[in-house]
Every structure is written in C-alpha cells, then in structure tokens.
Design a protein around this ligand. Structure first.
Ligand code: SF4
Length: 240
C-alpha cells in the first residue's frame, strides 16, 4: 500500500526511461502524458520535437496522438556535461545549455515547431534555446510543458529543494504582474482562473515563445495512473 508518492518528478523528468516507479514505467508515462497534452491543444505546426532527454518521451506521445511528424531539429552533444542546471552560476548554466544543443538549420528554417519540455523552472535556458532557433529562422516556436507551472519550491527532495522560489519563472511573473508577493497563490495554480492565464501569457511573452501551455495536474496524475490522493503535488498547488 502506497503512502504519498514523491516521485512524480521521476516520471516527468528525472527518471531513466527503462525505470518503473509505483507500477508505471517512465517512458510509458511520458507517452501517455504527451498524448494527453495534445488532446486539449489542437495547434497547427509542422513538427513536434522533444527537449532532450526527458522531453523526448512526452513529445513522442504528443506526436503519435496528434499525427504531427516527430523530428529532431537539434541534437544534444554532451560528451562531458552533466545536467545543465547543476552549475551554481547562471551564466555558466546558460553557456552549458547552449553548447549542449546543436541545431540542424535545414529542419528549423521557415518551420512552425512545437517542443515538449519536461518542465519550466527558471526558463532562462529555454529562452536561449528559442533564441537560437529564431537565429536559424524558425517561423514559430511553441512550448508545451509536461508538468504544470511550478509555483512553490520543493521542500521534500534535496536536489529540488535547492530551487529558491523567487528563481521560479512563475513567481517572477506573479511579482511583475502584481508588483508584490500576493497573500495567496491559489489562483495561479488553477488553470480556470484568469490569474493563471495571465501568468502563463506573461511567461510565454517574456521567454519569446509563440505560445506556451502547461500540462494539468489532473492529466499528469492520470498518466501516472496511481490516484491523485497518493501523489505529492505540493510544488504545483501548495497542497501538503
Ligand atoms: S514538491 Fe514537487 S518536486 Fe518536491 S516531491 Fe513534491 S512533486 Fe516532487
């Protein structure tokens, strides 16, 4: 019998594709999650792609369900680099991220591209990636996040707990929209609320995306398939 499952992040981004947690294989969950993303999307693009590595499974699920071709408009080159958000200095993180992704101009120029990423934490690396694609003459770059907006810093896992909540793209957007930290963040966690939509639009514009959408907690939990009452969702809705 499960208590609370703290491994949603393993399914959406940290887990190795061949691993299985809580009875659900990581890669299978990503296909299911990407398929759920496209069912409520309906955008017209030329190619679906994944931000390597963990965005790939979500993008394959999105592509298979939408029947929009999957492609690799850039290739990851990582002979020595580990995960790029680990260096403490933001400039070094951005440099590493830029060195890791090599665009293929023939697959980018004049194309409407949709990328699935596992999540958007700070968003700075994604902004650099999108700028690189525009330098290669991409026509549109749409971003789909495989998990909901991260509104609260994690307080349960050591490797996630290092995130300062004010580093989060959501909290910066909320501060810029409101001019101060609001007493409650609940409206920013609710996809039906105007505040949520304003926050998502603000992040998308700031990061130079043609459009931005996030997965919902409901659909992500469905993709894992073990029941919302068993899953930690604190960083997406503040529920302890
Ligand atoms: S707060 Fe978020 S990152 Fe931390 S354990 Fe829960 S789901 Fe994972």
């Amino acid at each position: 019998m499960l208590d609370v499952y703290f491994g949603t992040d393993y399914h959406s981004h940290y887990g190795y594709p061949s691993s299985t947690y809580a009875g659900m294989n990581v890669e299978v969950m990503r296909y299911r999650n990407g398929a759920a993303l496209t069912r409520k999307d309906g955008i017209a693009v030329d190619m679906v792609a994944g931000i390597p590595d963990s965005g790939v499974g979500h993008a394959i699920g999105y592509s298979n369900e939408s029947r929009i071709p999957y492609g690799r408009p850039f290739i990851k080159y990582t002979p020595t680099w580990s995960r790029s958000f680990m260096p403490q200095d933001q400039k070094i993180r951005n440099l590493v991220a830029r060195m890791k992704l090599m665009p293929i101009p023939e697959l980018v120029a004049k194309k409407r591209l949709l990328f699935c990423d596992d999540s958007i934490v700070r968003g700075t690396q994604m902004r650099e990636t999108v700028d690189l694609l525009y330098q290669c003459n991409a026509r549109e770059v749409h971003i789909r996040s495989a998990c909901p907006p991260i509104v609260y810093g994690c307080k349960y896992l050591n490797f996630s707990a290092s995130r300062s909540h004010m580093d989060l793209a959501t909290r910066q957007a909320i501060l810029e929209l409101e001019g101060h930290e609001p007493e409650s963040l609940q409206a920013y966690c609710d996809p039906q609320a105007a505040q949520y939509q304003a926050m998502v639009d603000h992040i998308g514009k700031k990061l130079n995306f043609s459009s931005l959408k996030y997965q919902t907690i409901h659909d992500m939990v469905e993709a894992i398939g073990i029941g919302a009452e068993n899953i930690c969702t604190y960083c997406w809705n503040g529920k302890e």
